[in-house]
Design a protein around this ligand. Structure first.
Ligand SMILES: [Zn+2]
Length: 373
């Protein structure tokens, strides 16, 4: 591969993988860096998205089996509601595999019921019992209802000491990583913060499927599948978040003279179907489909005029301040914020069709190229 082709390929990977560092990409794909130095790559979007780094101690002690210890953290509220009216999220991270699950929430009082759902999911899908739940001592985690549930199910609840969130470091680091990917994805695609819910769901899909240095460059999903016989999950070719996606309209959705495709934004991967999530802003409709053509070098939203030549760092940071990890927000009062009705969004499950199979699956390529000495 010549130098310029390698350069383009590296940039495409950088964007598909949620702006992963170039040093990390070099470890994954050494062949692409034969004629190029990873230190020569500079990305403005990464500078903007990752400039607020606070060091976290990395405690490498890992539990011996999946779901022995589950870390959890609540984050929010955002100033802007997501497309479906959510302003919070809760994350559950398995200590052994670093597999991450997130749920968006309208308010943090949903923590108790979401933990119960997660606990049941682990029991049914993975035949495993959660032994320890580790969280900070935020009010939503120490409510009597959740306390009693944990006692009834023999789950030990370990909470952090006041003002020492680093004791819940695994969850803190994971949230920071997710939010960095969210900011980078939104900056890159010139998308407003109302897409934060889509972006963080896509980021979670991504980080469960890309090799992690904590796991010796295996993916969280592969470590989980090696440890526990569990249902297979679909792998879709990774795409650049926010790019233009032309969704094919099947016959029932159009008249004879209507266009055959609809110009949408690619906003992630479906959770329970093998399909891409594509959003059509003019009609506020979401399509889940495999029958889609991506223009990965063309974002749906073009750059705002003021920043078309050069990013205005202050403006961008003001816009996206919402999406930095802050502890203060965690304890603020939800009732003082009015909730938008999230039901205006209409979901359409476009009938999934088989792809031709001629395209190489990018995730498979990634796994083949992952040969770290
Ligand atoms: Zn970048």
């Amino acid at each position: 591969m010549n130098k310029s082709a390698a350069n383009s390929e590296i940039w495409l990977w950088h964007k598909c993988l949620g702006h992963s560092s170039f040093g990390y990409l070099k470890k994954l794909m050494p062949k692409l860096f034969v004629q190029l130095l990873d230190t020569e790559f500079k990305c403005d979007v990464c500078e903007l998205a990752k400039s607020h780094r606070v060091p976290f101690q990395n405690n490498m002690n890992k539990s011996p089996a999946p779901f022995t210890i589950v870390h959890s953290d609540v984050w929010g509220p955002t100033n802007t509601c997501s497309l479906n009216g959510k302003r919070w999220f809760i994350s559950f991270i398995d200590n052994h595999t670093r597999m991450t699950w997130i749920c968006l929430m309208k308010c943090k009082s949903e923590v108790s019921s979401l933990f119960k759902q997660f606990h049941n999911m682990v029991a049914t899908q993975y035949s495993s019992a959660i032994q320890v739940l580790r969280s900070d001592n935020g009010g939503e985690f120490v409510k009597q209802e959740l306390k009693q549930y944990l006692i009834n199910h023999g789950i030990v609840h370990q909470t952090t000491c006041p003002y020492t969130p680093q004791q819940n470091g695994v969850a803190e680091r994971k949230n920071r990583q997710l939010l960095e990917v969210v900011r980078a994805s939104l900056f890159e695609a010139h998308m407003s913060t109302k897409y934060w819910g889509e972006a963080i769901t896509a980021a979670t899909y991504l980080i469960n499927r890309i090799p992690s240095s904590t796991l010796g460059f295996q993916t969280p999903l592969s470590v989980l599948h090696k440890a526990i016989c569990s249902p297979t999950v679909s792998h879709l070719q990774l795409r650049v978040f926010g790019c233009t996606a032309f969704v094919h309209l099947h016959k029932p959705l159009r008249n004879k003279l209507d266009p055959r495709a609809l110009k949408c934004i690619f906003v992630g991967y479906a959770q329970h179907q093998k399909g891409y999530r594509c959003y059509h802003p003019p009609t506020q409709k979401l399509y889940v489909t495999l029958d889609v053509v991506f223009y990965e070098n063309r974002m749906y939203y073009s750059a705002p005029e003021s920043s078309s030549q050069e990013h205005n760092k202050d403006n961008w940071q003001t816009c996206y301040d919402d999406l930095y990890v802050t502890r203060d927000k965690h304890s603020s009062n939800t009732s003082s914020h009015s909730m938008q009705d999230g039901n205006s969004e209409e979901y359409i499950e476009a009938e999934p069709q088989q792809t031709t199979g001629s395209e190489e699956n990018r995730i498979e390529v990634l796994q083949q190229q992952t040969q770290v000495p």
